[in-house]
Write a protein of this length. Structure first.
Length: 84
């Protein structure tokens, strides 16, 4: 834990923030007239939960490309397009 006075913190703010971000310092205390006034600490990154791939695996029957394309004419009619 490092303690710096207000004037030094003003002059070296970007360096102090970099030190906290990189983990070189856990926290930096900023003092006014020798008394601790504020604490500079890194903000913990928001960790997103891991994505689950294959969430719906097994929910739908297997389908070949031919089976999938067999419905094209019916779908085209629903949208008012005449099949070729």
């Amino acid at each position: 834990m490092t303690t710096v006075n207000m004037l030094e913190a003003k002059t070296r703010l970007s360096q102090l923030v970099s030190a906290v971000e990189s983990g070189a310092e856990d926290e930096i205390i900023i003092a006014r007239d020798g008394k601790p006034a504020a604490r500079l600490v890194a903000i913990a990154a928001d960790e997103k939960p891991p994505r689950r791939l294959g969430l719906l695996e097994g929910q739908f029957p297997d389908m070949s490309l031919e089976d999938f394309n067999a419905l094209d004419d019916e779908i085209a009619e629903l949208f008012g397009v005449k099949p070729e």
